[in-house]
Design a protein around this ligand. Structure first.
Ligand SMILES: Nc1nc2c(ncn2[C@@H]2O[C@H](COP(=O)(O)OP(=O)(O)OP(=O)(O)O)[C@@H](O)[C@H]2O)c(=O)[nH]1
Ligand SMILES: [Mg+2]
Length: 457
Protein backbone atom coordinates (compact mmCIF):
# COMPACT_ATOMS: atom_id res chain seq x y z
CA UNK A 1 0.00 0.00 0.00
CA UNK A 2 2.92 2.35 -0.49
CA UNK A 3 1.51 3.93 -3.65
CA UNK A 4 -0.58 7.06 -3.62
CA UNK A 5 -3.75 6.61 -5.63
CA UNK A 6 -6.12 9.04 -7.30
CA UNK A 7 -9.46 8.87 -9.09
CA UNK A 8 -12.48 10.94 -9.94
CA UNK A 9 -14.98 10.40 -7.13
CA UNK A 10 -18.03 11.87 -8.84
CA UNK A 11 -19.93 10.90 -11.98
CA UNK A 12 -18.35 12.15 -15.20
CA UNK A 13 -20.99 14.47 -16.56
CA UNK A 14 -21.49 18.21 -16.53
CA UNK A 15 -22.45 19.29 -13.03
CA UNK A 16 -21.76 21.93 -10.40
CA UNK A 17 -18.67 20.32 -9.01
CA UNK A 18 -16.50 17.25 -9.46
CA UNK A 19 -14.22 15.71 -6.87
CA UNK A 20 -10.82 14.20 -7.50
CA UNK A 21 -9.66 12.06 -4.58
CA UNK A 22 -6.08 11.34 -3.65
CA UNK A 23 -5.06 8.86 -0.95
CA UNK A 24 -1.62 7.80 0.26
CA UNK A 25 1.47 9.21 1.88
CA UNK A 26 2.29 11.54 -1.06
CA UNK A 27 -1.17 13.15 -1.18
CA UNK A 28 -0.08 16.39 0.45
CA UNK A 29 3.17 16.56 -1.59
CA UNK A 30 1.21 16.26 -4.81
CA UNK A 31 -1.25 18.96 -3.71
CA UNK A 32 1.62 21.27 -2.72
CA UNK A 33 3.07 20.90 -6.23
CA UNK A 34 -0.09 21.76 -8.14
CA UNK A 35 -2.24 23.90 -5.81
CA UNK A 36 -1.64 27.56 -4.92
CA UNK A 37 -3.56 29.28 -2.16
CA UNK A 38 -3.26 32.23 0.22
CA UNK A 39 -4.24 29.96 3.11
CA UNK A 40 -2.40 27.01 4.60
CA UNK A 41 -3.93 23.57 4.19
CA UNK A 42 -4.66 22.16 7.66
CA UNK A 43 -6.13 18.72 8.45
CA UNK A 44 -9.95 18.64 8.35
CA UNK A 45 -10.14 21.99 6.57
CA UNK A 46 -11.11 22.96 3.08
CA UNK A 47 -9.44 25.96 1.41
CA UNK A 48 -9.83 27.94 -1.78
CA UNK A 49 -7.07 28.25 -4.39
CA UNK A 50 -5.99 27.47 -7.94
CA UNK A 51 -4.68 24.41 -9.70
CA UNK A 52 -1.62 25.53 -11.64
CA UNK A 53 0.16 23.35 -14.15
CA UNK A 54 3.38 24.48 -15.86
CA UNK A 55 2.56 28.07 -14.95
CA UNK A 56 -0.92 27.93 -16.38
CA UNK A 57 -4.11 28.36 -14.33
CA UNK A 58 -6.25 25.25 -14.81
CA UNK A 59 -9.19 25.90 -12.46
CA UNK A 60 -10.31 27.62 -9.24
CA UNK A 61 -10.90 24.88 -6.71
CA UNK A 62 -11.49 23.95 -3.08
CA UNK A 63 -9.09 21.44 -1.58
CA UNK A 64 -9.68 19.47 1.62
CA UNK A 65 -7.15 17.51 3.62
CA UNK A 66 -7.66 14.60 6.04
CA UNK A 67 -4.57 13.47 7.88
CA UNK A 68 -3.92 9.74 8.48
CA UNK A 69 -5.42 7.90 10.24
CA UNK A 70 -8.44 10.22 10.45
CA UNK A 71 -9.69 9.77 6.90
CA UNK A 72 -11.95 7.42 4.93
CA UNK A 73 -9.01 5.24 3.87
CA UNK A 74 -6.98 5.68 7.05
CA UNK A 75 -4.23 7.31 4.93
CA UNK A 76 -3.53 10.95 4.12
CA UNK A 77 -6.36 12.00 1.84
CA UNK A 78 -6.78 15.20 -0.21
CA UNK A 79 -9.84 15.98 -2.27
CA UNK A 80 -9.95 18.57 -5.03
CA UNK A 81 -13.41 20.07 -5.63
CA UNK A 82 -13.20 21.53 -9.12
CA UNK A 83 -15.78 22.82 -11.58
CA UNK A 84 -17.93 19.94 -12.76
CA UNK A 85 -17.11 19.78 -16.45
CA UNK A 86 -15.99 16.45 -17.82
CA UNK A 87 -12.90 17.89 -19.55
CA UNK A 88 -11.65 19.97 -16.61
CA UNK A 89 -12.14 17.02 -14.24
CA UNK A 90 -10.15 14.69 -16.50
CA UNK A 91 -7.43 17.37 -16.92
CA UNK A 92 -6.98 17.76 -13.17
CA UNK A 93 -6.85 14.00 -12.63
CA UNK A 94 -4.16 13.81 -15.30
CA UNK A 95 -2.14 16.55 -13.59
CA UNK A 96 -2.42 14.67 -10.28
CA UNK A 97 -1.20 11.48 -11.98
CA UNK A 98 1.68 13.31 -13.69
CA UNK A 99 2.76 14.57 -10.27
CA UNK A 100 3.15 11.17 -8.70
CA UNK A 101 -0.19 9.42 -8.08
CA UNK A 102 -1.27 6.14 -9.69
CA UNK A 103 -4.78 5.67 -10.97
CA UNK A 104 -6.96 3.85 -8.41
CA UNK A 105 -8.67 0.55 -9.17
CA UNK A 106 -12.46 0.40 -8.69
CA UNK A 107 -13.11 0.21 -4.94
CA UNK A 108 -9.48 0.76 -4.03
CA UNK A 109 -10.20 3.59 -1.58
CA UNK A 110 -12.67 1.37 0.29
CA UNK A 111 -10.33 -1.61 0.09
CA UNK A 112 -7.63 0.48 1.76
CA UNK A 113 -10.18 1.57 4.39
CA UNK A 114 -10.86 -2.11 5.11
CA UNK A 115 -7.18 -3.11 5.14
CA UNK A 116 -6.40 -0.18 7.46
CA UNK A 117 -9.15 -1.26 9.86
CA UNK A 118 -11.40 1.77 9.22
CA UNK A 119 -14.33 -0.57 8.50
CA UNK A 120 -14.90 -4.29 8.38
CA UNK A 121 -15.98 -6.26 5.36
CA UNK A 122 -19.72 -6.18 6.06
CA UNK A 123 -19.54 -2.39 6.44
CA UNK A 124 -17.66 -2.08 3.15
CA UNK A 125 -20.33 -4.20 1.46
CA UNK A 126 -22.97 -1.90 2.95
CA UNK A 127 -21.19 1.02 1.23
CA UNK A 128 -21.74 -0.68 -2.16
CA UNK A 129 -25.36 -1.33 -1.25
CA UNK A 130 -25.85 2.31 -0.27
CA UNK A 131 -24.44 3.50 -3.58
CA UNK A 132 -26.59 1.03 -5.53
CA UNK A 133 -29.78 1.56 -3.49
CA UNK A 134 -32.88 2.16 -5.60
CA UNK A 135 -35.41 2.76 -2.82
CA UNK A 136 -35.43 4.68 0.44
CA UNK A 137 -35.77 1.47 2.49
CA UNK A 138 -32.80 -0.05 0.74
CA UNK A 139 -30.62 2.95 1.44
CA UNK A 140 -31.69 3.06 5.11
CA UNK A 141 -30.82 -0.60 5.62
CA UNK A 142 -27.47 -0.11 3.93
CA UNK A 143 -26.78 2.93 6.11
CA UNK A 144 -27.49 0.92 9.27
CA UNK A 145 -25.17 -1.88 8.22
CA UNK A 146 -22.55 0.68 7.23
CA UNK A 147 -22.74 1.96 10.81
CA UNK A 148 -21.84 -1.57 11.89
CA UNK A 149 -25.14 -3.06 13.10
CA UNK A 150 -24.44 -6.42 11.48
CA UNK A 151 -20.80 -6.34 12.58
CA UNK A 152 -21.80 -5.73 16.21
CA UNK A 153 -24.22 -8.65 16.17
CA UNK A 154 -21.69 -11.00 14.57
CA UNK A 155 -18.99 -9.96 17.02
CA UNK A 156 -21.33 -10.60 19.96
CA UNK A 157 -22.24 -14.05 18.62
CA UNK A 158 -18.59 -14.92 18.13
CA UNK A 159 -17.64 -13.77 21.63
CA UNK A 160 -20.29 -15.95 23.25
CA UNK A 161 -19.18 -18.96 21.22
CA UNK A 162 -15.52 -18.33 22.04
CA UNK A 163 -16.53 -18.20 25.71
CA UNK A 164 -18.24 -21.57 25.32
CA UNK A 165 -15.09 -23.02 23.76
CA UNK A 166 -13.05 -21.67 26.67
CA UNK A 167 -15.39 -23.35 29.19
CA UNK A 168 -15.14 -26.61 27.32
CA UNK A 169 -11.36 -26.41 27.22
CA UNK A 170 -11.19 -25.66 30.94
CA UNK A 171 -13.39 -28.64 31.72
CA UNK A 172 -11.30 -30.93 29.52
CA UNK A 173 -7.96 -29.68 30.87
CA UNK A 174 -9.09 -29.42 34.50
CA UNK A 175 -11.72 -32.12 34.94
CA UNK A 176 -11.43 -31.90 38.72
CA UNK A 177 -13.42 -28.63 38.57
CA UNK A 178 -17.04 -29.42 37.96
CA UNK A 179 -18.49 -26.50 36.01
CA UNK A 180 -22.26 -26.42 35.52
CA UNK A 181 -21.85 -24.65 32.23
CA UNK A 182 -20.26 -27.57 30.48
CA UNK A 183 -23.01 -30.03 31.27
CA UNK A 184 -24.16 -31.40 27.89
CA UNK A 185 -27.70 -30.14 28.48
CA UNK A 186 -26.56 -26.59 29.16
CA UNK A 187 -24.33 -26.65 26.06
CA UNK A 188 -27.26 -27.84 23.99
CA UNK A 189 -29.50 -25.08 25.26
CA UNK A 190 -26.82 -22.47 24.57
CA UNK A 191 -26.31 -23.85 21.06
CA UNK A 192 -30.08 -23.78 20.51
CA UNK A 193 -30.19 -20.14 21.55
CA UNK A 194 -27.37 -19.25 19.17
CA UNK A 195 -28.97 -21.22 16.33
CA UNK A 196 -32.23 -19.34 16.76
CA UNK A 197 -30.46 -15.96 16.95
CA UNK A 198 -28.61 -16.66 13.71
CA UNK A 199 -31.78 -18.06 12.14
CA UNK A 200 -33.57 -14.84 13.08
CA UNK A 201 -31.03 -12.78 11.10
CA UNK A 202 -31.16 -15.29 8.25
CA UNK A 203 -34.96 -14.97 8.08
CA UNK A 204 -34.59 -11.29 7.21
CA UNK A 205 -32.77 -12.20 4.00
CA UNK A 206 -35.90 -12.72 1.92
CA UNK A 207 -37.13 -9.28 2.93
CA UNK A 208 -33.67 -7.93 2.33
CA UNK A 209 -33.47 -9.57 -1.07
CA UNK A 210 -36.79 -8.06 -2.13
CA UNK A 211 -35.70 -4.67 -0.87
CA UNK A 212 -32.38 -4.89 -2.65
CA UNK A 213 -33.32 -6.57 -5.94
CA UNK A 214 -37.02 -5.83 -6.09
CA UNK A 215 -39.81 -8.40 -6.37
CA UNK A 216 -39.91 -10.27 -9.68
CA UNK A 217 -43.53 -10.31 -10.78
CA UNK A 218 -44.92 -12.12 -13.83
CA UNK A 219 -48.33 -11.39 -15.30
CA UNK A 220 -49.63 -14.67 -16.66
CA UNK A 221 -52.86 -15.87 -18.18
CA UNK A 222 -54.54 -16.94 -21.40
CA UNK A 223 -54.43 -14.68 -24.49
CA UNK A 224 -56.54 -11.53 -24.53
CA UNK A 225 -57.30 -11.48 -20.77
CA UNK A 226 -55.73 -8.03 -20.41
CA UNK A 227 -52.20 -8.80 -19.18
CA UNK A 228 -50.56 -6.05 -21.22
CA UNK A 229 -53.36 -3.66 -20.23
CA UNK A 230 -52.56 -4.36 -16.57
CA UNK A 231 -48.84 -3.79 -17.17
CA UNK A 232 -49.58 -0.47 -18.85
CA UNK A 233 -51.91 0.51 -16.02
CA UNK A 234 -49.26 -0.25 -13.37
CA UNK A 235 -46.54 1.47 -15.37
CA UNK A 236 -48.73 4.48 -16.09
CA UNK A 237 -47.91 4.56 -19.77
CA UNK A 238 -48.37 2.47 -22.92
CA UNK A 239 -45.37 0.21 -22.48
CA UNK A 240 -46.84 -2.91 -24.13
CA UNK A 241 -48.93 -3.20 -27.28
CA UNK A 242 -52.60 -3.84 -26.52
CA UNK A 243 -55.03 -5.08 -29.17
CA UNK A 244 -58.15 -7.21 -29.17
CA UNK A 245 -56.30 -9.87 -31.18
CA UNK A 246 -55.43 -12.85 -28.97
CA UNK A 247 -51.70 -13.55 -29.14
CA UNK A 248 -50.61 -9.90 -29.36
CA UNK A 249 -47.71 -10.19 -26.91
CA UNK A 250 -45.09 -12.55 -28.28
CA UNK A 251 -42.01 -11.82 -26.21
CA UNK A 252 -41.63 -10.87 -22.58
CA UNK A 253 -42.13 -7.15 -21.93
CA UNK A 254 -40.40 -5.86 -18.79
CA UNK A 255 -41.05 -2.77 -16.72
CA UNK A 256 -39.95 -1.63 -13.28
CA UNK A 257 -42.31 0.24 -11.01
CA UNK A 258 -42.06 1.50 -7.42
CA UNK A 259 -44.77 0.34 -5.08
CA UNK A 260 -44.33 2.10 -1.73
CA UNK A 261 -41.06 0.80 -0.41
CA UNK A 262 -40.56 -1.95 -2.92
CA UNK A 263 -39.57 -2.15 -6.53
CA UNK A 264 -41.58 -4.48 -8.75
CA UNK A 265 -39.77 -5.91 -11.76
CA UNK A 266 -42.81 -6.80 -13.82
CA UNK A 267 -42.81 -9.13 -16.81
CA UNK A 268 -45.80 -9.14 -19.14
CA UNK A 269 -45.88 -12.47 -20.93
CA UNK A 270 -47.38 -14.07 -24.03
CA UNK A 271 -50.86 -15.48 -23.40
CA UNK A 272 -50.64 -19.19 -22.70
CA UNK A 273 -52.42 -21.46 -25.22
CA UNK A 274 -51.73 -24.31 -27.64
CA UNK A 275 -50.65 -22.73 -30.87
CA UNK A 276 -49.10 -23.75 -34.19
CA UNK A 277 -47.59 -20.31 -34.73
CA UNK A 278 -43.84 -20.83 -34.26
CA UNK A 279 -43.14 -17.38 -32.81
CA UNK A 280 -46.10 -17.46 -30.46
CA UNK A 281 -45.12 -20.99 -29.36
CA UNK A 282 -41.67 -19.74 -28.29
CA UNK A 283 -43.38 -16.91 -26.40
CA UNK A 284 -45.66 -19.37 -24.60
CA UNK A 285 -42.67 -21.52 -23.64
CA UNK A 286 -40.98 -18.42 -22.22
CA UNK A 287 -44.13 -17.56 -20.23
CA UNK A 288 -44.03 -20.96 -18.54
CA UNK A 289 -40.28 -20.92 -18.04
CA UNK A 290 -40.52 -17.61 -16.19
CA UNK A 291 -42.12 -19.57 -13.33
CA UNK A 292 -38.61 -20.74 -12.40
CA UNK A 293 -37.45 -17.24 -11.54
CA UNK A 294 -40.40 -15.23 -10.23
CA UNK A 295 -41.32 -14.24 -6.70
CA UNK A 296 -44.95 -13.52 -7.55
CA UNK A 297 -47.43 -14.41 -10.30
CA UNK A 298 -50.43 -12.23 -11.06
CA UNK A 299 -52.66 -14.79 -12.77
CA UNK A 300 -55.26 -13.07 -14.91
CA UNK A 301 -58.67 -14.60 -15.57
CA UNK A 302 -61.06 -13.13 -18.10
CA UNK A 303 -64.17 -12.14 -16.15
CA UNK A 304 -66.13 -11.65 -19.35
CA UNK A 305 -65.62 -15.26 -20.46
CA UNK A 306 -65.23 -17.15 -17.19
CA UNK A 307 -62.60 -19.56 -16.00
CA UNK A 308 -61.45 -22.56 -18.04
CA UNK A 309 -59.72 -25.91 -17.62
CA UNK A 310 -56.45 -24.38 -18.92
CA UNK A 311 -56.62 -21.70 -16.23
CA UNK A 312 -56.80 -24.37 -13.53
CA UNK A 313 -53.95 -26.32 -15.12
CA UNK A 314 -51.65 -23.31 -14.99
CA UNK A 315 -52.83 -22.27 -11.53
CA UNK A 316 -52.12 -25.73 -10.16
CA UNK A 317 -48.67 -25.65 -11.77
CA UNK A 318 -48.02 -22.37 -9.90
CA UNK A 319 -49.37 -23.88 -6.65
CA UNK A 320 -47.22 -27.00 -7.02
CA UNK A 321 -44.09 -24.94 -7.49
CA UNK A 322 -44.90 -23.13 -4.22
CA UNK A 323 -44.77 -19.72 -5.90
CA UNK A 324 -46.64 -16.81 -4.35
CA UNK A 325 -49.56 -15.81 -6.59
CA UNK A 326 -52.64 -13.65 -6.74
CA UNK A 327 -55.58 -14.70 -8.95
CA UNK A 328 -56.91 -11.58 -10.66
CA UNK A 329 -60.27 -11.42 -12.40
CA UNK A 330 -60.01 -8.75 -15.10
CA UNK A 331 -62.59 -7.01 -17.30
CA UNK A 332 -64.96 -6.59 -14.35
CA UNK A 333 -66.70 -3.83 -16.31
CA UNK A 334 -67.92 -6.56 -18.70
CA UNK A 335 -68.38 -9.34 -16.14
CA UNK A 336 -71.89 -10.66 -15.54
CA UNK A 337 -72.86 -11.44 -11.96
CA UNK A 338 -73.65 -15.08 -12.74
CA UNK A 339 -70.27 -15.62 -14.40
CA UNK A 340 -68.48 -13.96 -11.49
CA UNK A 341 -70.20 -16.19 -8.95
CA UNK A 342 -69.33 -19.29 -11.01
CA UNK A 343 -65.69 -18.24 -11.20
CA UNK A 344 -65.57 -17.58 -7.44
CA UNK A 345 -67.22 -20.93 -6.67
CA UNK A 346 -64.89 -22.90 -8.96
CA UNK A 347 -61.80 -21.19 -7.60
CA UNK A 348 -62.85 -22.08 -4.08
CA UNK A 349 -63.68 -25.67 -5.02
CA UNK A 350 -60.23 -26.06 -6.55
CA UNK A 351 -58.50 -24.72 -3.44
CA UNK A 352 -57.32 -21.54 -5.17
CA UNK A 353 -56.98 -18.46 -3.00
CA UNK A 354 -59.43 -15.57 -3.10
CA UNK A 355 -59.04 -13.43 -6.23
CA UNK A 356 -58.80 -9.68 -6.63
CA UNK A 357 -61.31 -8.20 -9.09
CA UNK A 358 -60.14 -5.42 -11.41
CA UNK A 359 -60.77 -3.66 -14.63
CA UNK A 360 -57.38 -2.79 -16.10
CA UNK A 361 -59.06 -0.68 -18.75
CA UNK A 362 -61.30 1.28 -16.38
CA UNK A 363 -58.58 1.53 -13.68
CA UNK A 364 -60.84 -0.18 -11.18
CA UNK A 365 -59.60 -2.33 -8.27
CA UNK A 366 -55.94 -1.57 -9.03
CA UNK A 367 -55.36 -0.12 -5.54
CA UNK A 368 -56.71 -3.35 -4.02
CA UNK A 369 -54.32 -5.32 -6.15
CA UNK A 370 -51.41 -3.11 -5.07
CA UNK A 371 -52.41 -3.60 -1.41
CA UNK A 372 -52.48 -7.38 -1.84
CA UNK A 373 -48.99 -7.31 -3.34
CA UNK A 374 -47.67 -5.11 -0.52
CA UNK A 375 -49.26 -7.43 2.08
CA UNK A 376 -47.68 -10.51 0.55
CA UNK A 377 -44.22 -9.04 0.75
CA UNK A 378 -44.84 -7.34 4.03
CA UNK A 379 -42.13 -4.83 3.33
CA UNK A 380 -44.19 -1.88 4.45
CA UNK A 381 -44.49 -3.45 7.92
CA UNK A 382 -40.81 -4.01 8.15
CA UNK A 383 -39.29 -1.99 10.94
CA UNK A 384 -36.01 -1.45 9.22
CA UNK A 385 -35.06 1.29 11.63
CA UNK A 386 -34.86 -1.21 14.51
CA UNK A 387 -34.41 -4.58 12.92
CA UNK A 388 -31.11 -5.87 11.59
CA UNK A 389 -31.70 -6.90 7.99
CA UNK A 390 -29.31 -8.67 5.68
CA UNK A 391 -29.45 -8.18 1.93
CA UNK A 392 -26.22 -9.81 0.90
CA UNK A 393 -26.05 -13.36 -0.49
CA UNK A 394 -22.53 -13.87 0.88
CA UNK A 395 -23.76 -13.09 4.38
CA UNK A 396 -26.75 -15.41 3.95
CA UNK A 397 -24.56 -18.34 2.85
CA UNK A 398 -22.14 -17.83 5.74
CA UNK A 399 -24.93 -17.58 8.33
CA UNK A 400 -26.45 -20.78 6.95
CA UNK A 401 -23.11 -22.55 7.19
CA UNK A 402 -22.65 -21.31 10.77
CA UNK A 403 -25.97 -22.82 11.78
CA UNK A 404 -25.01 -26.14 10.18
CA UNK A 405 -21.82 -26.27 12.29
CA UNK A 406 -23.80 -25.60 15.46
CA UNK A 407 -26.25 -28.36 14.52
CA UNK A 408 -23.26 -30.68 13.95
CA UNK A 409 -21.99 -29.73 17.41
CA UNK A 410 -25.38 -30.58 18.93
CA UNK A 411 -25.50 -33.90 17.10
CA UNK A 412 -22.09 -34.86 18.50
CA UNK A 413 -23.33 -34.21 22.04
CA UNK A 414 -26.49 -36.19 21.41
CA UNK A 415 -24.37 -39.08 20.13
CA UNK A 416 -22.50 -39.00 23.43
CA UNK A 417 -19.21 -37.91 21.87
CA UNK A 418 -16.53 -36.41 24.13
CA UNK A 419 -17.24 -32.77 24.87
CA UNK A 420 -14.06 -31.47 23.19
CA UNK A 421 -15.35 -32.66 19.79
CA UNK A 422 -18.05 -30.00 20.21
CA UNK A 423 -15.50 -27.27 20.34
CA UNK A 424 -14.16 -28.30 16.90
CA UNK A 425 -17.55 -27.47 15.35
CA UNK A 426 -18.03 -24.36 17.45
CA UNK A 427 -14.63 -23.18 16.25
CA UNK A 428 -15.65 -23.78 12.62
CA UNK A 429 -18.77 -21.74 13.31
CA UNK A 430 -16.86 -18.77 14.77
CA UNK A 431 -14.47 -18.88 11.80
CA UNK A 432 -17.41 -18.81 9.38
CA UNK A 433 -19.06 -15.93 11.22
CA UNK A 434 -15.71 -14.17 11.11
CA UNK A 435 -15.75 -14.27 7.32
CA UNK A 436 -18.79 -11.99 7.34
CA UNK A 437 -16.84 -9.20 8.96
CA UNK A 438 -13.62 -10.07 7.17
CA UNK A 439 -11.78 -11.62 10.11
CA UNK A 440 -11.03 -14.85 8.27
CA UNK A 441 -11.12 -14.14 4.56
CA UNK A 442 -8.76 -14.89 1.73
CA UNK A 443 -7.30 -12.28 -0.62
CA UNK A 444 -9.48 -13.72 -3.40
CA UNK A 445 -12.68 -12.93 -1.54
CA UNK A 446 -11.46 -9.45 -0.67
CA UNK A 447 -10.61 -8.74 -4.31
CA UNK A 448 -13.96 -10.08 -5.51
CA UNK A 449 -15.87 -7.87 -3.09
CA UNK A 450 -14.05 -4.65 -3.92
CA UNK A 451 -14.18 -5.26 -7.68
CA UNK A 452 -17.90 -4.57 -7.43
CA UNK A 453 -17.28 -0.98 -6.36
CA UNK A 454 -17.31 1.91 -8.75
CA UNK A 455 -14.26 3.95 -9.63
CA UNK A 456 -13.27 6.55 -7.08
CA UNK A 457 -14.96 4.80 -4.11
N1 LIG B 1 -63.62 -3.89 -21.29
C1 LIG B 1 -62.37 -4.18 -20.94
N2 LIG B 1 -61.47 -4.49 -21.87
C2 LIG B 1 -60.22 -4.77 -21.49
C3 LIG B 1 -59.81 -4.72 -20.13
N3 LIG B 1 -58.52 -5.07 -20.09
C4 LIG B 1 -58.10 -5.28 -21.34
N4 LIG B 1 -59.15 -5.12 -22.20
C5 LIG B 1 -59.13 -5.28 -23.65
O1 LIG B 1 -58.86 -6.64 -23.96
C6 LIG B 1 -58.08 -6.76 -25.15
C7 LIG B 1 -56.82 -7.53 -24.86
O2 LIG B 1 -56.01 -6.81 -23.97
P1 LIG B 1 -54.47 -7.07 -23.81
O3 LIG B 1 -54.01 -6.26 -22.67
O4 LIG B 1 -53.78 -6.93 -25.11
O5 LIG B 1 -54.51 -8.62 -23.43
P2 LIG B 1 -53.29 -9.63 -23.22
O6 LIG B 1 -53.68 -10.53 -22.12
O7 LIG B 1 -52.03 -8.89 -23.08
O8 LIG B 1 -53.33 -10.41 -24.57
P3 LIG B 1 -52.16 -11.25 -25.31
O9 LIG B 1 -50.96 -10.37 -25.38
O10 LIG B 1 -52.73 -11.53 -26.62
O11 LIG B 1 -51.93 -12.47 -24.51
C8 LIG B 1 -57.81 -5.30 -25.58
O12 LIG B 1 -58.76 -4.96 -26.56
C9 LIG B 1 -58.03 -4.50 -24.33
O13 LIG B 1 -58.43 -3.17 -24.59
C10 LIG B 1 -60.79 -4.38 -19.16
O14 LIG B 1 -60.54 -4.32 -17.95
N5 LIG B 1 -62.05 -4.13 -19.62
MG1 LIG C 1 -50.34 -8.90 -24.18
Amino acid sequence: MSTTIAAIGTALSNSGISIIRISGKDSLNIINKIFKSNSKLEPNHIIYGKIIDKGEIIDNVLVSYFKAPHSYTGEDVCEINCHGGTQITKDILEIVLENGASIAEPGEFSKRAFLNGKMDLSQAEAVINLINAKTRTESRIAAKNMEGDLSKKIKALREELVELMAHIEVSVDYPEYDYDEVEPTSIISLLDRKISEIQHILDTYDHGKYIKNGVNVAILGKPNVGKSSLLNNLANYEKAIVTDIPGTTRDIVEETINLGNIVLNISDTAGIRDTDDIIEKIGVEKSLKILDEVDLVLYLINGEEGISKEDFEILSKIENKGIKYIPVINKMDLTKKTILSTILKELEQNGIKKPVCISAQENDGIDNLKNEITKLFNVSDLDYSHELIITNERHKDLLKKSIEYLIDAKNEINLGQPIDIVSIYVKKCTKTLGEIIGADVTQDIISKIFEKFCLGK
